[in-house]
Design a protein around this ligand. Structure first.
Ligand code: 5GP
Length: 192
């Protein structure tokens, strides 16, 4: 059995990665499993521990870093986020394609460790739209919104390190384009 693909999706906060991911997860042909990250961030309303994230303390997160349990990790607007290594490896060895939804620093670490990872960056149609989407979430204080917007501008500069860039003007269309990219890679149809 072939080892599953490792797929990285990045993009600024508010770009719609979550919505696109849910469309992708519904496509059984993609054989996707979402890698649930660990974070020290407080859950947003409706977020479920063990489904959206593994919510944990700073101490436990630092312990996981120290014990080499993370494939990658990063600090993002005051909180830690990271990908548990053993889960990703086990799933890929079972032939499943593993989807990581991570920010740019973490993506860089994954690309270094797994050069065969397929990386996709999602951009908003424009920065005004991004701000509207972040504010529309009503989940963060103004200070955090400002920090996320400033971070977004920096993240957009990392586009060049990704293999594909997809614009999210319409989430279903963006998901369809990403699904096509994944399917082509599953067929081993893409020459590196
Ligand atoms: P949020 O707080 O909006 O859920 O996530 C903030 C940022 O952290 C997003 O860009 C998200 O993709 C990223 N993120 C989520 N999980 C991980 C992870 O495991 N590692 C890294 N490096 N970034 C993550």
């Amino acid at each position: 059995m072939n080892k599953g693909l490792l797929i990285i999706i990045s993009g600024p906060s508010g770009v719609g990665k979550g919505t696109i991911r849910s469309f992708l997860m519904n496509d059984e042909l993609l054989k996707l499993v979402y890698s649930i990250s660990m974070t020290t961030r407080t859950p947003r309303e409706g977020e479920v521990n063990g489904k959206d994230y593994i919510f944990t303390s700073k101490e436990k997160f630092e312990q996981a870093i120290g014990q080499g349990e993370l494939l990658e990790w990063a600090e993002f607007v005051g909180n830690y986020y990271g990908t548990p290594l053993s889960v990703v490896e086990d799933l890929r060895n079972q032939g499943k394609n593993v989807l990581l939804e991570i920010e740019v620093q973490g993506a860089m670490q994954v690309r270094e460790k797994c050069p065969d990872a397929l990386s996709i960056f999602i951009i908003p149609p424009n920065m005004e739209e991004l701000e509207k989407r972040i504010r529309g979430r009503h989940s963060e204080a103004e200070e955090i919104v400002q920090q996320r917007l400033a971070k977004a501008a920096g993240e957009m500069k990392m586009i060049k390190d990704y293999k594909y860039v997809v614009c999210n003007d319409d989430p279903q269309l963006a998901a369809d384009m990403i699904a096509l990219i994944i399917k082509r890679h599953m067929l081993n149809d893409i020459q590196e």
